[in-house]
Design a protein around this ligand. Structure first.
Ligand code: SF4
Length: 92
């Protein structure tokens, strides 16, 4: 069954909203950027089955690549250091 991009986008939006509530982070106030990143996450859900980070290269090794499923392994350190994650979806 092919996943529907619009449905997956809605799931990503819900995820991002919930994750902000849980973590205390905020979505990028530049909604254009936030939407572009969420679109990339939704496309990966459709094409690859998981919401892999759209800003990182995948290795093809599922063990390594699972660290790149949003929220990725590195986002907390990036937000602490730069104020936002690599993709600029989540902000302090
Ligand atoms: S960099 Fe940001 S958007 Fe990309 S996977 Fe990590 S938390 Fe998600």
């Amino acid at each position: 069954m092919t996943k529907d991009l619009a449905q997956e986008k809605e799931k990503v939006r819900q995820f991002a909203k919930r994750y902000c509530e849980l973590s205390g982070y905020q979505l990028n106030p530049d909604t254009k950027i936030a939407e572009t990143v969420m679109e990339g996450l939704a496309k990966n859900r459709v094409k690859k089955g998981f919401q892999y980070c759209p800003c990182r290269l995948l290795s093809g090794d599922p063990e390594q690549d699972k660290l790149k499923i949003c929220p990725c392994k590195w986002h907390k350190d990036e937000i602490a250091a730069d104020g936002h994650c690599h993709c600029q979806l989540f902000y302090k």
